[in-house]
Design a binder for this molecule. Structure first.
Ligand code: COA
Length: 154
């Protein structure tokens, strides 16, 4: 992602948030705080270890995927560094043409060239297309996140 992609990436992420809210309504946002989103994406531009990869289809951004490169804080971790994949979204009109697959493959190669030892991601349990996509890359469920709403005390 470069500066010129900022608005398009923020728009894709906004669409992704709405989709994610459909899958995880309990604790995820239904709408985007534009000011926060712009600050977040602009901040990432200055972090070479947090790249956002974009798929460009003749001047239009078709999809994006972000990566956070993390370092182990405990010397007993089996890998010294790992990536966290997030904010994957492909425009509905561009789906089922291998865009997400290409973005993930690119992100994994980017990490492997840097000697990264593992990859992790989180996804909604009911998102079947994402699950089949990630499983085709060898990802397997390792943890389960549980959530509930807490009633307010008065
Ligand atoms: C999930 C998503 C990123 C897939 O993008 P895409 O570019 O259409 O995916 P690809 O064309 O690269 O498909 C790769 C594989 O993913 C799986 N897949 C993608 N869409 C699928 C669908 N609708 N149903 C079932 N499997 C699907 C298939 O295994 C597919 O391989 P195949 O085409 O050989 O069968 C896209 O549907 C999307 O943006 N969804 C909304 C946001 C989202 O859910 N993001 C993931 C958050 S964790």
């Amino acid at each position: 992602m470069q500066g010129r992609d900022l608005a398009a990436v923020a728009a894709l992420d906004a669409a992704a948030l709405v989709v994610n809210h459909g899958f995880v309504p309990l604790i995820s946002a239904a709408r985007v705080d534009r000011w926060f989103a712009r600050r977040y994406w602009a901040g990432r531009l200055h972090r070479p270890d947090w790249p956002t990869f974009v798929a460009d289809g003749g001047g239009q951004l078709l999809g994006a995927l972000s990566v956070d490169l993390n370092r182990a804080r405990n010397r007993h971790m089996p890998v010294r560094r790992w990536i966290y994949l997030h904010s994957l979204f492909v425009l509905p009109a561009a789906r089922r043409r291998g865009v997400a697959r290409a973005l993930i493959r690119h992100a994994m190669r980017w990490a492997q060239r840097r000697g990264v030892g593992g990859a992790e991601l989180g996804m909604a349990a009911t998102n079947r297309s994402a699950r089949s996509l990630y499983e085709s890359f060898g990802f397997r469920v390792q943890e389960v996140t549980m959530a509930r709403r807490l009633p307010q005390l008065r």
